[in-house]
Design a protein around this ligand. Structure first.
Ligand code: 8X3
Length: 254
């Protein structure tokens, strides 16, 4: 069987980097994309050393012209089978009454329009492969809200709606849409970015939680879902640590 190619956005750290590793281990040629090419280059060197097949492409998913140029460049690669829309993130925890619209705009840009841009640009190639898979890494924030989450929750609801709508619109086409919605995942950067670099507040998110999910846990699930037989579609998979029963209910050991 010829090598299958997967594109991963936001592959420079966290869930994106872990997913790129898992897919490469599973035999995919993985196209690593993100804004920070120094990190991508380091990951690519590590994976190449381990005998994996990867390539690197600098990409800001919010820059439509860059995304279109990326899609054109991809023409050099074998047929595209998998797109993992992972790039995203949260900025701020301000209540709706006082949140900065600029934060909301930034979150909508990356979490919603970023998914839209890359999906639109790569859909022709995914469809042409005759067996395409689009993964949307949404969040449990795409399914229910919480105080201080408004802008991020609104954006992740947008990502969730893209997945649901696309699945309806592509019914009958050889492309499946998988949505993975993780809850509490402890990564290097997610909470730190959300709290604008305040490490103390970022660490408090996970305080007393025995085992938050790791990026590897989520990557394992993504890899499992995309390697199911083509006729099996994992529509929506919600993934939380055992200590988290809902967005609100988290068991913490004092
Ligand atoms: C991250 C989950 O609970 O911080 O996507 O919104 S949460």
């Amino acid at each position: 069987m010829s090598t299958r190619t997967a594109v991963v956005t936001g592959a420079s750290s966290g869930i994106g980097a872990a997913t790129a590793r898992k897919l490469a281990e599973a035999g995919f040629h993985v196209v690593l994309t993100a804004r920070r090419t120094d990190r991508l280059d380091a990951l690519a060197a590590e994976l190449t050393q381990a005998g994996r097949s990867v390539s690197v492409h600098a990409l800001d998913v919010t820059d439509r012209a860059a995304v279109d140029a990326f899609a054109t460049d991809l023409g050099e690669f074998p047929p595209l089978h998998v797109l993992v829309n992972n790039a995203g993130g949260a900025v701020g925890t301000d209540p709706v009454a006082t949140a900065d619209p600029a934060d909301w705009r930034a979150m909508y840009e990356v979490n919603v329009l970023g998914v839209l841009n890359v999906t639109q640009a790569l859909l022709p190639a995914l469809s042409a492969s005759g067996d395409g898979t689009i993964v949307v890494l949404s969040s449990t924030a795409g399914l229910a809200t919480y105080e201080g989450g408004g802008g991020y929750v609104a954006a992740k609801h947008g990502a969730h709606v893209i997945a649901e709508t696309l699945r309806l619109e592509l019914n009958g086409h050889p492309v499946r849409i998988i949505e993975i919605a993780p809850g509490m995942v402890k990564t290097e950067e997610f909470a730190l970015t959300r709290f604008r670099g305040d490490a103390e507040r970022a660490n408090a998110v996970y305080a007393g939680v025995a085992e938050p999910l790791t990026a590897d846990d989520v990557a394992d699930t993504v890899c499992w879902a995309v390697t199911r037989p083509s006729h099996v579609n994992v529509d929506l998979l919600v993934l939380r640590p055992r200590a988290q029963a809902s967005n609100y209910k988290v068991h913490r050991v004092q």
